[in-house]
Design a protein around this ligand. Structure first.
Ligand code: ATP
Ligand code: LTN
Length: 334
């Protein structure tokens, strides 16, 4: 292995712009993991084309996502940040693992059911086998742990089943990965419908705070956020709108719900919304400054893309060759 650290893998799709939900629920929790794990963070662009994409847009979004990883604080010297499409092993292993996955298993995947309802005009085979590609991402690096949200646990469970099935036939080829739950990450809800999660593919731009929103936009979106009728800053099930804002303010400032409630005792929604907006804008400003700097430094980003892509490819190829040999492909001449 690379060193004695355990291996961690995660990825995000380059569809839409990252939201505050992606940051507080995922990215923020990734920042310090490289002290304890050898970390791989992929921009999973192969997954993105399971729904139709504009080519120029996709290229731009993928690069922006890679830069956002870095701007948010992931050090590319300590974390392997790379494009999935630059490592051909992902697609090659996915083909092999497709032959070890049952239709019945894929039919049960709730994300497939949701996405095919949403894109009824394009229920392609890639959408159906999406979880197998995700399994390949993970197994290719002999991953020990995978930080993911609850929505991805079903895919991770399938990954484990595929690994165990393959190992039972061919011996111990793959490490069987575990979910990494870490500190319970915040679940951020839509600002327009607090019963739905904030999502980068939401059609209403006022429902989400994008990491690239400027200060005025952030403050305006919080001003317009749907709140409840109690007119009290109190965290409870009956007030999903205010509770979501308390959750956001707490996650950003590090305060507990009780501390937030105390701070705004006797104050109205207007004051509270403004404070949340300002706290979030303060959080995003340095990230955006860094992002803008990175956008100017094409040579640096290109170097990261190349070096990390090569590093990922090295480890991916090691596993892939082992798998190819096990299933009976002839030895390679190059
Ligand atoms: P899409 O709308 O394209 O499905 P998404 O915004 O729901 O995207 P994903 O790409 O599915 O985001 O997820 C990336 C990561 O962000 C995952 O680990 C997921 O658990 C986390 N995440 C997404 N939305 C939220 C949210 N509202 N609150 C907390 N974490 C979130
Ligand atoms: N399916 C995931 C993104 C993803 C992923 C992965 C996450 C693709 N490959 C491997 C963890 C590990 C999503 O939609 N959030």
């Amino acid at each position: 292995m690379m060193n004695d650290k355990k291996i961690l893998f995660s990825g995000m799709q380059a569809t839409g712009s990252l939201t505050l939900g992606n940051y507080l629920g995922a990215l923020k929790n990734w920042l310090n993991l490289c002290d304890d794990y050898e970390c791989f963070y992929s921009v999973v662009d192969l997954h993105s084309i399971t729904v139709r994409q504009d080519p120029a847009e996709l290229r731009k979004k993928a690069r922006n996502l890679l830069m956002l990883y870095i701007a948010a604080g992931l050090d590319p010297e300590k974390n392997c940040i790379y494009y999935q499409s630059h490592v051909s092993g992902h697609a090659e292993l996915a083909w092999i693992l497709n032959c070890f996955t049952y239709m019945g298993e894929l039919n049960r995947m709730t994300q497939f059911k949701d996405k095919s309802a949403k894109h009824a005009d394009n229920i392609n085979a890639g959408l159906f086998t999406y979880p197998v590609l995700m399994a390949s991402d993970i197994l290719l690096y002999q991953t020990d742990v995978v930080p993911v949200g609850k929505d991805q646990l079903q895919h991770l469970e399938l990954t484990r089943d595929i690994a165990i099935r393959f190992n039972s036939i061919y011996g111990d080829v793959f490490t069987v990965p575990e979910p990494y739950l870490g500190k319970a990450g915040a679940k951020i809800m839509s600002l327009q419908d607090p019963t739905k999660k904030m999502s980068k593919s939401d059609e209403n731009p006022n429902a989400s705070i994008y990491l690239t929103d400027d200060r005025d936009t952030v403050i305006r979106k919080f001003k317009r956020a749907v709140t409840d009728s109690e007119a009290r800053i109190h965290y409870c099930e009956e007030q999903p709108g205010v509770s979501n804002l308390i959750e956001i303010y707490g996650a950003v400032t590090g305060k507990t719900f009780e501390e937030v409630e105390k701070e705004f005792e006797g104050k109205g929604y207007g004051d509270f919304k403004l404070a949340v907006g300002e706290a979030v804008a303060d959080l995003l400003t340095p990230l955006q400054t860094r992002f803008n700097e990175l956008s100017q430094d094409k040579a640096y980003i290109d170097k990261i893309i190349k070096e990390n892509g090569e590093k990922a490819d090295y480890y991916a190829t090691k596993t892939l060759r082992k798998v190819q040999k096990k299933v009976g492909f002839p030895e390679r001449i190059r």
